[in-house]
Design a protein around this ligand. Structure first.
Ligand code: SDX
Length: 376
């Protein structure tokens, strides 16, 4: 071990980069992208504006937004080879594993794949943001034996995602709620998947390799996979009347409850508060209010018993479910939002890069002489 350093499990509290993308105030439960509070961005900006802000450091002016929107729309189609691949993968394959493969395959076809200069990286970030959305939806349709729904050029990014997923043009409230969800998931400082993309980038690998690695990290239930687990918990509870008994048993058995707790937020996750309001409206609109009622009651019981706060994945689960998103697509949807932040961090890492290489503290056997096989 290098002199003077000590083990910090999970790198908790370790500052590994300077960033201008995201200001995360865990003590006070506040979050801002590029200086703009997340509540204002979620309520007033589109996901397109937020992606532009993360890549360029400023909200777009009207002309800039028009050009960016045109580029995003033009980038929506995916290569035929990728759609053909979706037809070959086993139907039961986890959609996050399919998405990770899809990103790698998109890297095979991207004209800027190995160019790491800023202009090329912004072009790749634009293509990945659009293509990942199309890929998630196309795979879902194909695994159901349906034809993919071609992207609609007249719909915004969020509305087009829901359209490609369901074949129905979404209502305005549904599109707005989904757009705000993508914004809320877009960026979150050095979370596990974003840090993964930075580690890969620090070796001077390429954006597609870094994003594929980030998808792998996000898949885990302690990170992006938590949303799906929250919905399965609500299914397990079944009815509002069962929440009390479930909560007592969970506390008694020290069960790890997905959707609760956070490494940085201790006073509360500001995203959960915004998603809670959206989930209430969406669950009411879709006639599935019981999932919202169960979530609120579970939140109250677990917070009272263990002091744990609901994180971003707690209320996004009933919201996504009421928007008709299949549960095993919750994490791919989070990836469809986080791609904006992953690519922004990749661009930022390239602009001030040093290979990321921490140390390990050796605690194995003392030095010893080799023993030949005949003597073992
Ligand atoms: C995301 O980092 C980010 O920014 C992530 C994210 C983003 O936008 O990228 O915000 C998205 O990943 C949100 C988190 C989603 N994950 C989950 O909901 C999984 C459940 N949550 C936990 O596993 C946990 O809270 C973590 C992983 C999120 C954070 O865990 P830490 O900081 O490593 O804390 P810990 O696991 O050491 O827990 C501290 C104590 C423990 O008690 P003791 O065992 O020490 O007595 O709190 C308890 C834990 O048991 N605890 C929980 C709990 N979370 C913490 N107990 C029950 N259920 C939980 N969910």
């Amino acid at each position: 071990m290098t002199e003077g350093s000590s083990l910090i499990r999970g790198l908790e509290g370790v500052v590994a980069a300077e960033t201008a993308l995201c200001d995360l105030d865990g003590a006070h439960g506040r979050l801002a992208y590029g200086g703009y509070d997340i509540d204002e961005l979620a309520r007033q900006a589109t996901f397109e504006e937020v992606a532009y802000l993360l890549w360029h450091g400023e909200l777009p002016k009207a002309g800039q937004l028009d050009q960016f929107t045109i580029a995003l729309i033009a980038a929506r189609p995916i290569p035929d080879a990728l759609a053909k691949t979706f037809a070959l993968v086993p139907k039961k394959t986890d959609p996050m594993r399919v998405l990770q493969a899809a990103v790698a395959i998109l890297g095979m076809d991207d004209p800027d794949a190995t160019d790491n200069w800023r202009a090329a990286n912004v072009r790749k970030a634009t293509r990945l943001t659009s293509q990942m959305a199309t890929a998630i939806c196309a795979h879902h349709r194909i695994r159901q034996g349906q034809e993919p729904v071609p992207p609609a050029r007249d719909l915004g990014h969020a509305a087009n995602f829901l359209y490609m997923l369901t074949g129905q043009r979404p209502s305005s409230p549904a599109a707005k709620a989904f757009d705000a969800s993508l914004t809320l998931y877009a960026e979150h400082e050095l979370n596990a998947s974003t840090f993964t993309t930075r580690v890969v980038t620090s070796t001077q690998s390429d954006m597609h390799s870094a994003v594929a690695a980030g998808v792998g990290a996000l898949k885990g239930p302690l990170h992006g996979g938590a949303g799906e687990a929250v919905m399965h918990t609500l299914f397990e509870i079944g009815e509002v009347a069962n929440v009390d008994r479930f909560s007592e048993q969970a506390v008694a058995t020290k069960r790890r409850l997905m959707g609760f707790g956070h490494r940085v937020y201790k006073a509360g996750d500001p995203r959960a508060a915004i998603l809670r309001g959206m989930a209430e409206e969406a669950c009411r609109q879709s006639g599935q209010f019981k999932w919202y009622e169960m979530a609120v009651k579970l939140h109250e019981r677990i917070n009272a018993a263990k002091g744990l706060i609901p994180n971003v994945d707690f209320y996004s689960a009933p919201l996504f479910y009421s928007l008709g998103i299949p549960v095993d697509l919750f994490t791919p949807v989070i990836a469809a939002g986080r791609i904006a932040g992953w690519t922004a961090n990749i661009i930022e890492q390239y602009e001030d890069n040093r290979l990321i290489r921490p140390r390990g503290d050796y605690v194995g056997p003392k030095r010893r002489a080799y023993v030949p096989l005949r003597s073992r």
